[in-house]
Write a protein of this length. Structure first.
Length: 279
């Protein structure tokens, strides 16, 4: 039986990691820097408002650029340079090991950048306040995909793909969040927490990801974070080219991986979707 405290620990770690210098990604600056050179100036406002696909950048090109980004970012952060930039009191103040915060800091920065490349809206509002509800939902879901938690990739594709949006929109948002989305995310957070806290963090990660050379001096190996980043990249790319057959396959995967949280309103999502397809 998993401990609900493990999911709370993951939320705490994410909230603290996002406060570290260099972890938050400025969506506007990142998009302009990443895509500005291949767009005319009149397309930049659309890029910022709606994302790369909406200005005519193909999903395949976005995916290629995202793959290069994963390699670049993990190479940059695989040594001790990231840890060297952390203020000394961060980890101790939150009673979270520095290695843990560093690892999540790198993963969260990369996940934000990938999300913005694939069309997600800003995680911070106009007042520069973090949307905590999205921390508890999307960012944890991203980490679940990166860690390879069963059902996480299928859930991300179902809730983010355009194919499923009409079916999902026809359910009350509160019911959707309470009975479908949030229970899955909580379970994913719990599974991450269990993997992370059974022993030292380094050993926890090694059980999830083949780590070449271990976690050295608080750094990350190139192999481990590259694999995690590419899991998320592939899932987001698949969401852009989603088919009706894949929707049903992913719904079946979620039910198979998380049978204890499936209820009547989960089935209603499938029924609504299937009815739409029959029209």
């Amino acid at each position: 039986m998993t401990n609900n405290g493990d999911s709370t620990n993951v939320e705490l770690i994410i909230a603290n990691a996002l406060k570290m210098p260099g972890v938050k990604v400025n969506r506007k600056e990142f998009l302009v820097k990443t895509f500005g050179d291949i767009l005319s100036s009149d397309k930049i406002p659309i890029l910022i408002d709606k994302g790369p696909q909406e200005v005519g950048i193909s999903s395949d090109k976005i995916n290629r650029m995202a793959k290069s980004l994963v390699n670049k970012r993990t190479l940059q952060s695989s040594g001790t340079s990231f840890a060297a930039g952390l203020p000394g009191g961060w980890a101790m103040a939150a009673t979270i090991p520095a290695d843990t915060l560093q690892f999540f800091g790198v993963a969260l920065r990369l996940s934000q950048e990938l999300a913005y490349m694939f069309g997600y809206r800003d995680f911070w509002d106009d007042d520069d306040e973090l949307d905590l509800e999205r921390v508890r939902s999307e960012l944890i879901l991203f980490l679940g995909v990166m860690f390879g938690v069963g059902g996480a990739a299928s859930t991300l594709k179902v809730v983010s793909s355009k194919v499923a949006q009409q079916a999902l929109k026809k359910l009350p948002q509160k019911a959707l969040t309470k009975t479908f989305y949030y229970p899955i995310v909580k379970k994913i957070a719990t599974l991450i927490g269990v993997k992370m806290t059974k022993d030292t963090f380094a050993k926890g990660v090694s059980k999830v990801i083949p780590v070449v050379g271990g976690v050295v001096s608080g750094g990350l190996t190139y192999t481990s974070m590259t694999k995690m980043g590419n899991r998320l990249r592939n899932t987001m790319y698949d969401s852009l080219n989603y088919t009706t057959q894949e929707f049903q396959k992913d719904m079946d995967e979620i039910k198979r991986e998380m049978p204890d949280i499936i209820d009547i309103e989960f089935e209603e999502i499938e029924d609504q979707y299937n009815n739409d397809q029959d029209r």
